[in-house]
Design a protein around this ligand. Structure first.
Ligand SMILES: [Zn+2]
Length: 190
């Protein structure tokens, strides 16, 4: 395996086209725009992963309370936290197909976890995409000790209808499920 000059940078405006390209290619045309629309009102964090000067992946995350997240996703999960607890939601981790399975996703998630540990964040929640080929982030979740919390069926169906995007796995509308994972952080007593 060759050595990679992998580096993570905070999003800047000039990276926009490359981010959209990766999103359209890996997640389906138009999907990312719907996510940005849906998450209007949240302060989003986009971390960009570079190999040399090329952007090869990114993560999209935001912070909110557990209650806000549960309301917005209509998810039913039992988790030992109050609904006012601050959480970090990992909405998307995406790496260009030709760079997958080389630790890129691991690097992006590790960065987010380290950030969350430095703040008053009680838990990290992550959304996995369950398609016919399995859950896209299952390996990452296992690596970092996340627990599977619940499955939400047809999670992207109404969005794919509203925003007219194609699911790369199942077409239109999207019938895939989302899997919600969580990792409680033990920095609350520090
Ligand atoms: Zn789908």
């Amino acid at each position: 395996m060759s050595t990679h000059q992998i580096q993570i940078s905070a999003f800047q405006d000039w990276m926009k086209c490359a981010v959209l390209d990766i999103a359209n290619q890996e997640l389906g045309e138009g999907y990312f725009k719907s996510v940005l629309d849906e998450l209007k009102g949240y302060a989003l964090t986009i971390n960009c992963l570079f190999k040399g000067q090329y952007l090869i992946g990114f993560s999209l995350s935001y912070r909110c309370s557990l209650g806000q997240f549960i309301d917005a996703t209509q998810s039913h999960m039992s988790i030992s936290l109050s609904s006012s607890a601050r959480i970090l939601v990992v909405k998307t981790i995406v790496v260009k197909a030709e760079h997958q399975r080389k630790g890129c996703g691991t690097g992006l998630l590790k960065h987010l976890i380290e950030e969350a540990f430095r703040e008053d964040t009680k838990a990290i929640l992550a959304l996995g995409w369950k398609s016919k080929s399995g859950v896209n982030i299952q390996h990452l979740m296992a690596t970092f000790g996340f627990e599977e919390r619940c499955e939400i069926k047809e999670f992207w169906k109404s969005g794919s209808e509203k925003y007219q995007y194609q699911c790369p796995d199942c077409g239109h509308p999207c019938n895939c499920s989302a899997i919600i994972y969580s990792k409680l952080l033990s920095n609350s007593n520090s």
